[in-house]
Design a protein around this ligand. Structure first.
Ligand code: NCD
Length: 325
């Protein structure tokens, strides 16, 4: 079922492969919840393997959850990045990864500001590469954990209406989510200020369309996903002001009332409270933001095990994590 050595993007995955990852993640998720109160036995899927988290852009959730996921699978984990790495001394990305490979890294989890960085490295090294976000291109594990969270709440993805609102142009989350949710049969509505919309959002899939107003995107939606303005990727002033943005494209209780009564509200984090999301909605009964974070560990366990060539369900020790026998 899983044939990939790397996970660079959702673009290269079929609907069946996405569903397979979600199924594997489900086993880890159940096990983690059951054992949350007690000791946490490790699975040994990645025993003896070295996972390097190479993060050359800021991250809290993604880096931490990859680290926890790899440790729970029994891997040796090393974190590289930030001002302490030699990237700031002018070393090329490929040299950095080749050096990590010389220390027998099996999996490199890469976050990088350049779109295409993960594919570039994957084409040139033997280690598995997992894309943890490359510029404005893709963030596949975020899309997988979002799909997982939606399915947990709604029982399915096919036929659901998902509104994704914010800085669509610069968001790797919007791209990966639209691709994944579209492949799984959801209708995806992309919405943002004209200056922050891609030229042809419909190219992301036959069920993807754009909406000029947030009210139109949210009307009757099952899921409303809000995104941060990617200020680090804006080229010049592309917005009048954040107050104006929040008034026209922010999600508050008035706009949320247009969605289905049981709609869920999502955000990949970090939230800019009061800009794209009213704190009352972020902390309100529709919000599943922290469930997304919880799902992130299980989804990343599944992805790491799969790229390492280990079937999480069949592997010895996986029962201890709640996988079906
Ligand atoms: C996102 C990212 O880095 O692309 N965050 C995340 O990984 N959870 C979204 C963002 O930074 O706005």
């Amino acid at each position: 079922m899983w044939r990939h050595r790397d996970l660079v993007g959702i673009e290269g995955l079929s609907a069946d492969e996405i569903t397979h990852v979600l199924g594997q993640a489900g086993s880890f998720f159940e096990g983690s919840r059951r054992q949350a109160a007690g000791p946490r036995p490790q699975s040994r899927n990645l025993s003896g393997k070295i996972v390097v988290n190479l993060f050359l852009e800021p991250s809290t959730r993604t880096r931490t959850s990859f680290e926890l996921a790899a440790k729970r699978l029994g891997a040796d984990v090393v974190n590289v990045g930030g001002p302490s790495s030699s990237a700031v001394k002018g070393e090329t990305l490929l040299d950095t990864v080749k050096n990590l490979e010389a220390m027998h890294a099996d999996i490199v989890v890469l976050r990088h500001p350049a779109s295409g960085a993960a594919q570039f490295v994957a084409d040139r090294v033997d280690a598995s590469v997992v894309n943890a976000g490359d510029g404005a291109h893709e963030h596949p594990t975020q899309a997988l954990l979002d799909a997982f969270t939606i399915r947990n709440h709604k029982g399915k993805l096919s036929g659901l209406v998902v509104a994704i609102c914010g800085d669509i142009l610069h968001s790797r989350v919007a791209r990966s989510d639209a691709l994944a949710l579209g492949k799984l049969g959801a209708e995806v509505r992309l919405c943002g200020p004209r200056t922050l919309m891609p030229v042809a959002p419909e190219s992301l899939g036959p069920t993807v369309r754009s909406c000029a107003r947030i009210e139109e995107a949210v009307a009757g939606a099952d899921v409303v996903m809000m995104l941060r303005i990617q200020t680090e990727r804006l080229q010049g002033p592309m917005l009048a002001s954040s107050r104006e943005y929040s008034r026209t494209f922010g999600l508050g209780e008035r706009v949320l009332a247009l969605a289905k009564p049981d709609a869920i509200v999502m955000h990949p984090g970090p939230i800019n409270r009061g800009v794209e999301l009213d704190p009352r909605v972020a902390d309100g009964p529709h919000s599943v933001v922290l469930e997304q974070v919880e799902a992130g560990v299980a989804v990343r366990m599944a992805v790491l095990a799969l790229v390492a060539g280990s079937d999480p369900v069949a592997a010895p020790g996986s029962e201890s994590l709640g996988a079906p026998s």
